[in-house]
Design a protein around this ligand. Structure first.
Ligand SMILES: [Zn+2]
Length: 262
């Protein structure tokens, strides 16, 4: 069976042992999207893949595909960075793991999306550089939903369609991914209050390219509000818990009285 050789940049999202000597690795790759490949003999060969097939490693990989793509073989991997700080800090590792879980839930083998790859690399790089990991997570998720086709609509009330107005109060409906103004708030089924300041920051995150995200600031209540809606939106969208989202500091709602669930 003729195989064809390819190469691309890739981030390791998952790896597990297969049989006595092989490792199966799942990558998010720049050119091939989500990609699973078998590294033959990787458990025995100390030289070829040592320290490379680890979670979050950013690699240049060479691989071979069979004609029907039933099996992909990893032939070589060159390490760009292992994001050492992420590995060595519980807080950073925890946040990176949440991002990894969202990527594994939302991607399918072979789906190609350059934006998702660049966004993920941006997030892991910034977490590793010790930017506030919670800010990186909030910015990542805001753009992530956009990249997979579920961009939260923060520009108008999703019920009356009146555009965002200063002075009005808004909530976010995590079942629809849209804003609901105070006049329409009876129509939402799962509403979380969102301040105007938070809405404006999230709109800016949606509109700015990755290269300019570092100019945007979010903190305090706004960050908590943003993480709260982004987390719950994901749970509704994928109809499952995000199991990595464990740490209490990430899980707390912004303010118990500001959240109403019908
Ligand atoms: Zn409305």
């Amino acid at each position: 069976m003729a195989r064809s050789s390819r190469e691309t940049e890739a981030i390791v999202l998952d790896c597990f042992e297969h049989g006595e000597s092989d490792i199966i690795v799942t990558f998010l790759s720049r050119d091939g999207g989500r990609l699973s490949a078998i590294a033959k003999g990787a458990k025995r060969s100390k030289k070829r893949f040592v320290n490379k097939l680890e979670l979050f490693s950013f690699l240049h990989i060479s691989y071979q595909v069979t004609p029907n793509r039933s099996l992909t073989f990893l032939s070589e991997a060159e390490l760009y960075t292992s994001f050492l700080n992420i590995r060595q800090s519980y807080d950073l590792y925890t946040t990176a793991s949440i991002i990894r879980e969202f990527l594994l839930i939302a991607t399918r083998e072979g789906e190609v999306g350059d934006l998702l790859f660049r966004l993920s690399l941006w997030a892991f790089h910034n977490i590793d550089q010790k930017s506030n990991p919670r800010t990186v997570l909030a910015f990542f998720l805001t753009k992530f939903y956009d990249a997979i086709g579920y961009r939260p609509d923060l520009s108008a009330c999703s019920s009356c369609n009146i555009r965002l107005q200063t002075g009005l109060n808004y909530s976010f409906d995590t079942t629809t991914g849209g804003l609901v103004c105070s006049s329409c708030s009876d129509t939402g089924t799962r509403l979380i209050r969102l301040s105007m300041g938070t809405i404006k920051i999230l709109l800016a995150v949606q509109d700015q390219p990755l290269s300019r995200l570092h100019r945007l600031k979010i903190s305090g209540n706004s960050l908590q509000e943003a993480l709260s809606i982004l987390h719950d939106y994901g749970r509704q969208l994928f109809q499952r818990e995000i199991v990595s989202w464990k740490p209490a500091r990430l899980q707390q709602p912004p303010n118990p009285t500001s959240r109403k669930t019908f």
